[in-house]
Write a protein that binds this ligand. Structure first.
Ligand code: FAD
Length: 451
C-alpha cells in the first residue's frame, strides 16, 4: 500500500489471523485490511487510505480491549511500534504506540521509578492510559491519564499533531479519557513516580470465609490511607495444573494489595486482613515494581472474555450481600467478580484536567467470565442481573477501560463520562472527526449526528 513501510494483510493472506486476533478472543473479527504500522507515517497513510475507501478505522496494540467488531473495516496494528525512552532526570518515559507495561517497568525500575501501570503487564500502555488507567498505585497517584505530558497523534484528516497542555489543549483534554475517538496516538510521554519497591501480593481465603472476608474488606477500605490500593476477587478456580496446588478447584476470595509507603508501615493495615482466618495462600511481601504484575494473578494466555462493570458510590453491607448472593460460593454462577477500591487521588482532577470519568466512584464492580465453557446468552443474562441488582449502590456510571463486547452502544459509552464532559467530547468529535472515521470502538458520535 502506498506510503506504508510495514506489512499489510487482507483476508486469505498468510499472517492475517495472527494480526487480526489479540488477547481477548471473544469476537472472531474479520477486518477488510490490517496495516502493521512501523512508524507514525504508516498510521497517517492508513488513516488517509481508510477515509478515501470509506472504511472505518480501528486501532489495536495487544487486543486486551476489544470493543466493536472490526469486520469489514481497517485495523491499524501498532504492535511493531515498541520504542521506549526513559529520561531519569525529568522522570518521564516516552513510549511508542505498541509498547506494553512490562517493557516500561523494566526500563524505568533501574532508575528507582515506576509508571502508573495496572494489574496486567501485558496490557498496552497507550490504550490503557487513554481509557483512564486504573493502576496498582492509583489511590495514591491517580489515573495514568492524569500524568500524560504530551502526545503525538494522527487525527481523522491524516495529520500528525503534537498535543499537550499548551498545544491543542482541547484535543489534549479529550484524548485523555476519550480513547481512540479523536485520533490514533503514535507516541506518548508520561510522568513517572519515585517508587522502586512496594509491599503487595494476595491473601487467598477459602470460599467458606468469603462472606466474612468481603464484609470485612468493605469496612477495612473505609480506614486505609491513600498509600493503600487494593481489590478483592471472588473466583471459582478450575482444576488446572498451572495453578498453585492449594487453589486448584477451589472457590477463593482473593484480597490483593499494593502499598507504596514504607514496608514497615504496612503491617498495621495488613494485620486485620490476615486476622480474618487461615488462608490457602499468602503472597504478601516487599517486591520490586517489576514484579507487581504478579499481584492480581491474571491469566497470561489469550481468552474469550465477557466483561461488564459498574461504578459504585459505596460498598454498603446490602451491596456486599447482593454480590455474595449472585457471585459468592453458593451462587455457582459463571461470574468472576472483582471489586477495586477507588477514591483517594482518583477523585481529584489533575492540574491539567482531562475527560476521564468515574471520579465520583468509591469502588468499581467488574464481572467477567470465560467462553467456553459459558455461552454468550447465559453470560448476558447472569451478568445483566448482577449489574441491575447492584445499581442501587451505583453512581450510574461505569469505566470505559472495563467495558465488554456488549457495551459498544451509545448509552453504555455515555455512562462512562460526566454529562458535561460527554457533551464536550461529542463537540470535539464533531470538530476533529466529523465523518466518524474512528467509529470501530466505544464510540462517541459527533455532536449533531443521529446516534
Ligand atoms: C487481563 C486484563 C487486565 C487489565 N487490567 C487493567 C487495569 O488494571 N487497569 C485498567 O485501567 N485497565 C485494565 N485493563 C483494560 C485495558 O486497559 C483496556 O482494555 C485497554 O484498552 C487495553 O489497551 P490495549 O492496547 O492493550 O488493547 P487493544 O485491544 O489493542 O486496544 C484497545 C483499545 O485501546 C485504544 N487504543 C489502543 N491503542 C491506541 C492508540 N495508539 N491510539 C488511540 N487509542 C488506542 C483503542 O480504543 C482500542 O480499541 C485490563 C484488561 C485485561 C484484558
Amino acid at each position: 500500500m502506498i506510503g506504508i513501510s510495514g506489512p499489510v494483510f487482507r483476508p486469505g493472506d498468510d499472517g492475517y489471523d495472527g494480526e487480526r486476533l489479540g488477547y481477548n478472543l471473544a469476537l472472531d473479527q474479520r477486518p477488510a485490511l490490517v496495516v502493521g504500522a512501523r512508524a507514525a507515517a504508516d498510521v497517517a497513510a492508513a488513516v488517509r487510505h481508510a477515509a478515501g475507501a470509506g472504511l472505518g478505522v480501528a486501532v489495536q496494540a495487544t487486543g486486551h480491549g476489544i470493543s466493536a467488531p472490526t469486520d469489514g473495516h481497517l485495523v491499524v496494528d501498532t504492535s511493531r511500534m515498541r520504542g521506549v525512552t526513559v529520561d531519569p532526570v525529568r522522570r518521564t518515559v516516552l513510549v511508542e504506540a505498541g509498547v506494553r507495561w512490562h517493557e516500561v517497568l523494566g526500563a524505568v525500575a533501574p532508575h528507582g521509578l515506576a509508571p502508573l501501570s495496572g494489574s496486567n503487564p501485558e496490557v498496552g500502555v497507550v490504550g490503557y492510559t487513554l481509557g483512564g488507567g486504573i493502576g496498582l498505585l492509583g489511590r495514591r497517584y491517580g489515573y495514568a491519564a492524569d500524568r500524560v505530558r504530551r502526545m503525538t497523534v494522527v487525527t481523522a484528516d491524516g495529520q500528525l499533531r503534537e498535543v499537550s497542555a499548551e498545544r491543542e489543549p482541547d484535543l489534549f483534554w479529550g484524548l485523555r479519557g476519550g480513547k481512540d475517538n479523536l485520533g490514533i496516538v503514535v507516541a506518548m510521554e508520561l510522568d513517572l513516580v519515585p517508587v522502586a519497591r512496594i509491599f503487595g501480593g494476595g491473601l487467598y481465603f477459602p470460599g467458606e470465609s468469603a462472606a466474612e472476608v468481603l464484609h470485612a474488606y468493605a469496612a477495612w477500605t473505609e480506614t486505609v490511607p491513600e498509600e493503600m490500593s487494593s481489590s478483592i476477587q471472588l473466583i471459582q478456580y478450575p482444576e488446572l495444573p498451572v495453578l498453585p496446588e492449594p487453589l486448584r478447584g477451589r472457590f477463593v476470595a482473593h484480597v490483593r494489595i499494593a502499598w507504596c509507603g514504607a514496608t514497615a508501615a504496612a503491617e498495621p493495615w495488613v494485620r486485620p486482613l490476615r486476622a480474618l482466618g487461615p488462608t490457602l495462600l499468602d503472597t504478601l511481601r516487599e517486591m520490586p515494581v517489576t514484579e507487581t504484575g504478579s499481584i492480581h494473578h491474571e491469566p497470561p494466555m489469550p481468552v474469550a472474555a465477557y466483561d461488564r462493570n459498574t461504578a459504585l458510590r459505596e460498598l454498603a453491607p446490602g451491596a456486599v450481600d447482593t454480590l455474595l448472593e449472585l457471585a459468592g460460593p453458593q451462587a455457582e454462577a459463571p461470574v468472576i467478580l472483582e471489586i477495586r477500591h477507588h477514591g483517594g487521588a482518583y477523585a481529584r482532577m489533575p492540574e491539567v484536567p482531562n475527560a476521564v470519568g468515574g471520579r465520583d466512584a468509591a469502588f468499581m464492580v467488574f464481572s467477567t467470565f470465560i467462553m467456553p465453557p459459558a455461552t454468550l446468552p447465559d453470560l448476558r443474562e447472569v451478568h445483566a442481573t448482577l449489574h441491575d441488582k447492584i445499581a442501587p449502590w451505583g453512581t450510574g456510571g461505569s469505566f470505559v477501560n472495563f467495558l465488554g463486547i456488549d457495551d459498544a452502544t451509545p448509552d453504555r459509552v455515555r455512562a462512562c463520562y460526566a454529562p458535561a464532559d460527554y457533551r464536550r467530547l461529542a463537540a470535539l468529535k464533531a470538530s476533529y472527526d466529523p465523518a466518524n472515521l474512528f467509529r470501530v470502538n466505544y464510540n462517541i458520535p459527533p455532536a449533531g449526528a443521529a446516534s
